[in-house]
Design a protein around this ligand. Structure first.
Ligand code: FAD
Length: 435
């Protein structure tokens, strides 16, 4: 195994680890990155929408050679009951810009590309290498790692923990708590392969244009959950996720929900005739602001999903991962440039910089979201979707009933289902959550 001492060791070659390793290596730091997977991306799961702005801040010309699937021109938000969906669709030709803002990607390909950039920037990347332990000195400062490869410890001034949501290393080392069932979602996803032209015809797309559907409703069986459908070039990613604590309480399993989503009359025609070639399951940190652990200490920082930096409300994770990785790396570069030791005091710069970024500002804004969604969640995910469908049908069926009576019937149905007080309290809770 490698004998020399590094400026930094990065654990994990996902979005956050690659961002950190690339940024430090391009600033001339001697970086070692360790990844347990056979290749970067082999273990990683994402929907996947990738947000260009955050990658541009790391690799401005990424569009030249990154494996991008489709740029998004249309987003559909659906509220579903068993037989219908009520939707808001937004589509704009403005998204056909020279430098599109959002792309679908396939992580296995994208992470390989990102890792090649990390190597080209000068970092040493070792795959099939699991970090088994953090090494500390007599003063408890993290000074290196041990791996499952033969040989002793590998030393570095600072260790960047980019090990993803379940992050056993950090929890085993006592740097943070194990994620709780009520702060992590379990999502399952299938890749449905279809010819390019079929996808384009079904979603009204041309060239590299893409469309996404995000759906809430009765498919999650009263649990707070989100279904998604993302168009790639020659495949459709279809998935759904709910909190682990909800799955346990409801004794439900994720693949049952995925089956319900696939067989929903609004989804089934979109994937008809497809061949499923991949199935994946993965956790997503959804505890929000209150679940963010200690982000730095003597000789270490934690980034990305391992730091629970995920915005469940806006379904953003990879951009928070890339940004926290980049910012941690920039903080380390700053400390190094003034010959400062990688102490807790100096590495506090990472948190100070992160606090000023959209990452923490966005998470702070929605700090009560999980509580909102998980108190009486069945109203938001079952009762209201059914009522919305009922109201839409009532409005659309022209059957000679005077409109005033239709309006009264709709209002009565809402009050019967939730009572006046229930409706007001749900509206107030929603308004407060989004204030
Ligand atoms: C189903 C699903 C859909 C999603 N959709 C989206 C989306 O559309 N848009 C979006 O922005 N985000 C999405 N996310 C979230 C996004 O995938 C994550 O936020 C992002 O991948 C986090 O990156 P990361 O680098 O922190 O962790 P990861 O990508 O999980 O990378 C961690 C890496 O560390 C490695 N590792 C772990 N332990 C060790 C060890 N001991 N030694 C060596 N290596 C180790 C792992 O093998 C892995 O490669 C989705 C997540 C899921 C599960």
């Amino acid at each position: 195994m490698i004998e020399e001492k590094f400026d930094a060791i990065v654990i994990g070659a996902g979005m956050s680890g690659n961002a950190a390793a690339y940024t430090m290596a391009s600033h001339g730091l001697n970086v070692l990155q360790l990844e347990r997977g056979e290749y970067p991306g082999s273990k990683n799961v994402q929907g996947a929408i990738m947000y260009a702005n955050m990658l541009e801040k790391i690799i401005p010309d990424f569009r030249d050679d990154a494996p991008l699937e489709r740029h998004l021109v249309e987003q559909r938000l659906w509220v579903m009951d068993e037989t219908s969906h009520t939707g808001i669709h937004y589509r704009s030709d403005d998204f056909n810009e020279a430098k599109p803002n959002r792309y679908t990607i396939i992580r296995a390909q994208f992470d390989k590309w990102f890792s090649r950039k990390v190597r080209e920037a000068g970092a040493t990347v070792l795959c099939e290498t699991t970090v088994t332990e953090l090494v500390r000195d007599a003063k408890d400062k993290v000074v290196g790692v041990r791996t499952d490869r033969a040989g002793g410890a590998i030393f570095a001034d600072v260790v960047v923990l980019a090990e993803g949501v379940s992050g056993l290393l950090g929890t085993r080392a006592g740097l943070r708590e194990m994620p709780k069932p009520q702060t992590v979602a379990l999502a399952v996803k299938e890749m449905h392969f279809l010819p390019e032209e079929v996808i384009e015809q079904r979603f009204g797309l041309k060239g590299d244009e893409g469309c996404v559907i995000e759906a809430v409703g009765t498919t999650s069986r009263g649990m707070a959950g989100l279904g998604f459908l993302y168009t790639n070039k020659e495949s459709i990613s279809l998935g759904i996720g709910c909190l682990v604590s909800d799955f346990a309480a409801m004794m439900e399993s994720p693949y049952v929900l995925l089956d319900a989503l696939k067989n929903h009359p609004s989804i089934r025609p979109l994937i008809a005739g497809s061949e499923v070639k991949e199935y994946a399951a993965h956790l997503i940190p959804e505890g929000g602001y209150k679940a963010i652990p200690q982000l730095f200490g003597d000789g270490w920082v934690v980034v990305g999903d391992a730091a629970q930096l995920n915005n469940a409300v806006h379904r953003e994770g990879s951009n928070l991962a890339m940004t926290s990785g980049r910012i941690a790396a920039e903080a380390i570069v700053k400390v190094k440039s003034r010959n400062g030791p990688m102490t807790k005091r100096n590495l506090a710069l990472y948190k100070a910089m992160l606090d000023k970024s959209f990452v923490v500002k966005d998470l702070r804004k929605y700090k009560d979201m999980p509580a909102l969604l998980h108190t009486n969640s069945c109203n938001f995910f079952t009762t209201y979707p059914r009522l919305m469908s009922q109201a839409a049908q009532n409005f659309m069926r022209i059957d000679g009933t005077p409109k005033i009576e239709k309006e009264k019937a709709t209002t009565a149905a809402f009050i019967k289902a939730r009572s006046r007080w229930g409706l007001v309290s749900d509206a107030v809770r929603l308004a407060f959550a989004w204030r």
